[in-house]
Design a protein around this ligand. Sequence first.
Ligand code: P6P
Length: 335
Amino acid sequence: MSVSLSRYLVEEQRAKGKIPPELRLLLEVVARACKGISHSVNKGALGGVLGSAGSENVQGEVQKKLDIIANEVLIEANEWGGHLAAMASEEMDSIHLVPNRYPQGEYLLLFDPLDGSSNIDVNVSIGTIFSVLRKPEGQDGVSEADFLQAGQQQVAAGYCVYGPQTTLVLTVGDGVAMFTLDREQGSFVLTQEKVQIPADTKEFAINMSNMRHWDEPVKRYIDECLQGTQGPRGKDFNMRWIASMVADVHRILTRGGVFMYPWDQREPQKPGKLRLMYEANPMSWLIEQAGGAATNGRQRILDIQPSQLHERVSVILGSKNEVDRITQYHQGASH
Ligand code: P6P
């Protein structure tokens, strides 16, 4: 008997008391929005959704048509439910308040509506990343400052990867569960739960073209991996880099590995490329819930107290023993 996402969430709410009804509703709505995004992504050129939209986002990056479509699908799906107070998106400069004509809820939803955009036009896996926080108690209205909570405050986090399968991966603090979209039924079906990442790995994911710009600890770690059985690690390593965080993280949740997008000297004033609130935090919670680790080289990503909605962070996440080793190499290093 297959278990649907709805049934999984009802069990998490009713049998385990892990989530309240409003959070269950929110997650069902987000999943439905991801189904809609998957439909648009899968149409590709046939749907006239490829290519650039001719605009830039808050990061100064060229927006793809699908970036904007995915953002609009998530906004429209979540405005009317009464479970949210506001939303924040990589594609929007400031937060999006739920319009007054709808009831206000107690949750804040943050998302990267379509991560990995450079892969859209070349038919490589992309995905939606989302994070849920509670709106601080005892205040009317909501402001950007209410979103600036450390990742350990999340009450739900997940992503939907649009690849050969459309798979929703979710945690509400009770382990990690994976749901594959059954297109005939139009529903997400539980295909894995209690996901566990091996503590050791032979696979690293990093963009090697940036090697000359890395800090010493990262150069040391990758150099040791490349030395293979001849070097201090005593084993050969494999490399993957899909340039789509959702796809790289999905591989790591499925078979282990370590993912790195570290600070580098190209833009030294930026702590990293990836965004803390709606990329690193949700992915870090998923990884930790699956027994892995996630740091910025010096501290646990989920402990970082954000100061800006779109702030960036250095990301090292995946198999615990590798992340611990890389973090150790950073202790006492210069930068
Ligand atoms: P690079 C996609 O644009 C993204 O934000 C992540 O999904 C991905 O891991 C990274 O950037 C890829 O960056 O510099 O290798 O193109």
